[in-house]
Design a protein around this ligand. Structure first.
Ligand code: DAH
Length: 340
């Protein structure tokens, strides 16, 4: 029996040297000291000993049990310590590591220009209004003096939804909507998407953006139009940018003009951007055709007005020297990050 105890002590000591985790240690404890453990089995065998040997053996077994228990407890404490150190090491925070940053976004260049435009025009007393992109032929064409089969309709390749509904080809139908529902004085700008059946290239897209302007009141003259556009040009592109009016034709204005701005690239001296002319064509404008006023229910004897319309892509390209309109749509971060 003594030999058995000795061998238990020895193999426990041996096993303790190799144990790496507290689970294995717990298994060892149960195997040796548990109810069905090796030591308990020996204790049970004591019944077979002669009565006089029992106290002595009992004492030896108890001593062995105490030794084993304390050895296992010690090992357990050492293991806990090791596991704690390991955990602390693993959870160390290196405060010198660079932090995780969240990149800030930026406004799209066309939104920057749109914000500028709204600032400029609301600063002059204009109100910003919007209209539908899916529009009645009636507002997109008819009320703007472009009846069915009018040759000027061909200038705008139209997406028809059905005979009476189109994707608006310009922002001018908002003029008609405002004139038919409000009384003068009217002073609005209307930005938004417009659609034309064009192929995509460096200067065309089937979807693009315009901003429309309309002023109607008593005694509005072409001088007011000129003053308004001069102010717009200087505010958007800087001092020294002037406007030049060239006679043109739009069915909804009479007289009509194509308006050029001083080429900002060369300051008007003439360069490649302006093909040597010193001017860049930017927008269409004119005095609202009295026929349009009357069709929209505004007395053309009492009131007059001016209107203008321009492409926001074009304004943006000129402001930032963008070589190809497609950059504005492709959402390439290498392009967009330049506008931070
Ligand atoms: N709607 C015209 C276009 O898309 C631009 C335009 C020209 C608008 C003259 C106007 C205007 O309001 O008066 O080409």
């Amino acid at each position: 029996m003594q030999d058995q105890l000795k061998s238990i002590r020895e193999h426990v000591a041996e096993e303790l040297k190799n144990i790496q985790d507290s689970n294995a240690l717990e298994q060892l404890r149960v195997r040796v000291l548990g109810k069905k453990g090796e030591l308990t089995a020996i204790l049970r065998g004591m019944g077979k000993l002669p009565a006089e040997e029992r106290p002595k053996m009992g004492q030896i077994v108890n001593e062995t049990r105490e030794k084993l228990e304390s050895a296992i407890d010690e090992a357990a404490a050492a293991l806990r310590q090791r596991e704690k150190e390991f955990r602390l090491k693993r959870e160390t925070i290196d405060v010198t590591l660079p932090g995780k940053t969240r990149e800030a976004g930026s406004l799209h260049p066309m939104n920057i220009v749109l914000d500028d435009l709204l600032d400029i025009f609301t600063g002059m007393g204009f109100e910003a209004v919007e209209g539908p992109e899916i529009e009645y032929d009636h507002y997109n064409f008819e009320l703007l003096n472009l009846p069915k089969n009018h040759p000027a309709r061909d200038a705008q390749d139209t997406f028809y939804v059905d005979d009476n509904v189109v994707l608006r080809t310009h922002t001018s139908p908002v003029q008609a909507r405002i004139m038919t529902t409000r009384k003068p004085p009217i002073r609005i700008v209307s930005p938004g998407r417009v659609y034309r059946a064009d192929e995509v290239d460096a200067t065309h897209s089937p979807v693009f953006h315009q901003i429309e302007g309309l002023v109607i009141d008593e005694n509005i003259s072409i001088g007011d139009l000129k003053g308004t556009l001069d102010t717009f040009a200087e505010r958007l592109y800087g001092k020294g940018i002037a406007t030049r009016f060239r006679p043109s034709f739009f069915p909804f204005t009479e007289p009509s003009a194509e308006v050029d701005l001083t080429c900002a690239a060369c300051g008007g001296k003439g360069c490649r951007t302006c093909k040597g002319t010193g001017w860049i064509e930017v927008l269409g404008a004119g005095m609202v055709n009295p026929k349009v006023l009357d069709m929209c229910g505004i007395d053309s004897k009492k009131y007059s007005g001016f209107a203008f319309g321009m492409g926001i892509e074009r304004l943006t390209i000129l402001k930032y020297n963008v070589p190809d309109m497609r950059y504005l749509y492709e959402n390439d971060l290498r392009f967009l990050k330049q506008f931070r």
